[in-house]
Design a protein around this ligand. Structure first.
Ligand code: SF4
Length: 509
C-alpha cells in the first residue's frame, strides 16, 4: 500500500553533486543487516555515504519497536532534525523498520516534516519513495503487510571486509507473548538454499572469512517450503550448515538464533562434524521456570533446554554457550525467578544477555495480570547479573594458558589505544584483547594465534608473544578500504560484518 499523506514544503532544484545519506540503526541484528541493504540500495541509486560527523542530505531511521521508549527516542530524534529540515527543504528524512510498520501514518501525524515512512517489507522501495517525495513534494507512506521479495535479493553495502550476515529466513511463526516481531515481520519466509549458498560464496570470493546465518528461528528453516510438493524437511538447517562446510575459503560459520523447541540433534552433529562451524551456540532460554515459559508461550521446558546443551557439550566439549534471559515477566514469583537462577547456574553460560521485562504495547504480555513492580524487577535483575558475572569470570579464567585463534576485528576494543593492544574474536566467539608485538603490521581481517594470559567477565587478555600471524585477503580488503557488496541491482554480490553483537532485544529471541 502506498499513500500520499502530508504536503511538504517546497525547495530549490536538485543540485548535481551526489546526494549523501546516513542510516541510523536501532535494535537487533535483523535491523543491522537491513541497514546494510538500505545502504546498498541507496548507493545503487547514486547516493554516497555521508562522512562521519557531516550533515547528510538524506537521513534514514531504521527503527526498533522492541526496546523500551523506542517511540519517544525516535520522535525526540525527529524533533531534533525539524529545524534543519525547515531551513533546508531538500534534505529528506525517512523512517523505516519495526516502529514504522507499527505506527504507520502516526509517524507523519507526530512529525509532519518526515518525507518517507516505509515498512519492514518495503525496504526495496526506499530510493523510489525518496524520489517521489522530492518530486511531488508530498510525503510517501508505503507499508506492505507481507513480504513481496526476499530482502537478500536487494543490494547490500556491507559494514565489514571480513565478516558478514547472511539471511536465511525472515519472519517468525511463533507467538511468544512478549514479542512484537511476528506482528511486524510476519510469517516465516525461508530463502532457498541455493540462494543462501550463492550469497555466501560471493562474500567469500570478495575476501570474507566469517559468515553468520541469520533468522528469527533458524531451526525452523525450511518450514515455508513444505506446502509445495514435499513434506517439511526437518533436517534442512543441518544440511545448510554442512553445505557451508564445503565452501573453500570460508573459515568461520556462525548462526543466530536457534529456538530450543525445534532444536534437533542433527544440528549438533552438523556443528560437530563441520570444521568451519564455530564451537559456539547462542540459544535463548528467557526463563528457567516452566510456568513462566508456558505464560511466554515458549513450548520447551527447562529440562529440555538443559538436555540440549548437555548434548552440545558432549559433542563439542569447548563450545561457548550464550543465552538471553528476561527477568520480571508478568506473574513471575520469587520461586520462578529462583528457577531461572538455578538453570543459569546449571547451564554455566559463557555470557547471558539479560533484560528487565517492561511492557511493549501490542504484545499479549502487555495485558497480562501480575505485572511486577519495577523495584522488584531491578532487584532480581541485579541478583541474576551477579550470578552470571561470577560464572562468566570463572569460565573465562578457565581459558588462561589456552591457545586461541583470533579473527582480528575493528572497533571491539575501546581501550586498545591506551593499552597498545588489538582485539579479535576467538572461534568460540569470546572477545580477546591481545598484544600485537613484533614489527609486522596486523590488520583487521587477519588471523592471529596467541595464548590467553588473563580474564574478565566479558573478555580475555592475551599479552603473550604471538604464536602466528596470518595475513588474509580480508585483511588486504580492509587495508584497501574495500567492503563487500551483495545482491542484484549492483550487478555483483558483496560482503558484510557482524561480531559486535548488537543488543539482542526481541527479534533474536
Ligand atoms: S521471541 Fe523469537 S521465536 Fe518468539 S515470537 Fe519473537 S522472534 Fe519468534
Amino acid at each position: 500500500m502506498t499513500s500520499m499523506v502530508a504536503p511538504q514544503t517546497g525547495g530549490a532544484a536538485l543540485d548535481r553533486r551526489a546526494r549523501t545519506y546516513q542510516v541510523r540503526t536501532y535494535g537487533c541484528q535483523m535491523n543491522v543487516h537491513d541497514s546494510e541493504r538500505l545502504s546498498g540500495l541507496l548507493e545503487a541509486a547514486g547516493y554516497q555515504r555521508a562522512d562521519e560527523g557531516a550533515d547528510a542530505d538524506v537521513v534514514v531511521f531504521n527503527t526498533c519497536a522492541v526496546r523500551e521508549n523506542a517511540d519517544n527516542k525516535l520522535y525526540g530524534n525527529l524533533s531534533h532534525l525539524a529545524p534543519r529540515k525547515h531551513a533546508e527543504p531538500d534534505m529528506q528524512i525517512a523512517v523505516g523498520g519495526c516502529l514504522a510498520q507499527k505506527d504507520r501514518e502516526t509517524v507523519l501525524r507526530k512529525a509532519p516534516w518526515v518525507d518517507v515512512v516505509f515498512g519492514t517489507h518495503n525496504i526495496g522501495s526506499l530510493p523510489a519513495l525518496l524520489d517521489r517525495a522530492r518530486h511531488n513534494r508530498v510525503a510517501q507512506v508505503e507499508i506492505a503487510e507481507a513480504l513481496q521479495e526476499f530482502p537478500s535479493a536487494l543490494p547490500a553495502s556491507r559494514e565489514s571486509s571480513y565478516a558478514a550476515w547472511v539471511s536465511i529466513s525472515v519472519g517468525c511463526n511463533n507467538t511468544c507473548t512478549f514479542c512484537i516481531v511476528p506482528a511486524l515481520r510476519g510469517k516465516e519466509v525461508d530463502r532457498r538454499p541455493g540462494d543462501v549458498l550463492a550469497e555466501v560464496r560471493s562474500l567469500v570470493d570478495q575476501g570474507v572469512l566469517e559468515i553468520t546465518l541469520l533468522g528469527q528461528n533458524v531451526n525452523a528453516y525450511g518450514v515455508s517450503f513444505a506446502d509445495r510438493d514435499q513434506p517439511r524437511d526437518r533436517g534442512a538447517f543441518a544440511t545448510l550448515l554442512r553445505a557451508c562446510g564445503s565452501i573453500d575459503g570460508l573459515e568461520r560459520v556462525r548462526f543466530t538464533s536457534p529456538h530450543p523447541a525445534e532444536f534437533t540433534d542433527d544440528v549438533i552433529e552438523a556443528m560437530a562434524e563441520t570444521p568451519n562451524v564455530c564451537p559456539t551456540l547462542h540459544m535463548p532460554l528467557q526463563s528457567g521456570s516452566d510456568r513462566i515459559l508456558r505464560a511466554m508461550r515458549r513450548s520447551y521446558r527447562a529440562e529440555r533446554y538443559l538436555g540440549i546443551i548437555e548434548r552440545v557439550r558432549a559433542a563439542i566439549p569447548h563450545a561457548a554457550i550464550t543465552t538471553d534471559l528476561i527477568v520480571g515477566f508478568p506473574g513471575e514469583t520469587e520461586e520462578d525467578f529462583q528457577a531461572t537462577l538455578d538453570v543459569a547456574a546449571a547451564a554455566r553460560f559463557a555470557t547471558a544477555f539479560t533484560f528487565q521485562y517492561s511492557k511493549r504495547p501490542g504484545t499479549p504480555a502487555a495485558d497480562l495480570d501480575g505485572q511486577i513492580p519495577k523495584a522488584v524487577v531491578s532487584e532480581r535483575y541485579q541478583r541474576l547479573i551477579e550470578l552470571q558475572e561470577r560464572i562468566s569470570l570463572e569460565e573465562n579464567a578457565a581459558q588462561i594458558g589456552g591457545t586461541v585463534e583470533l579473527l582480528v576485528a575493528t572497533g571491539e576494543g575501546r581501550k586498545d589505544a591506551s593499552t597498545a593492544r588489538m582485539s579479535g574474536r576467538a572461534r568460540d566467539g569470546r572477545l580477546v584483547h591481545f598484544a600485537p608485538g613484533g614489527t609486522e603490521q596486523i590488520r583487521p581481517g587477519d588471523i592471529v594465534v596467541t595464548t590467553v594470559t588473563g580474564a574478565a567477565p566479558h573478555h580475555l587478555i592475551a599479552d603473550a608473544t604471538l604464536i602466528e600471524h596470518r595475513r588474509t585477503r580480508a585483511g588486504d580488503a580492509h587495508a584497501a578500504g574495500r567492503k563487500p557488496r551483495t545482491g542484484v541491482g549492483l550487478g555483483m554480490p558483496g560482503l558484510g560484518a557482524p561480531e559486535a553483537r548488537p543488543e539482542a532485544v526481541g527479534c533474536t529471541r
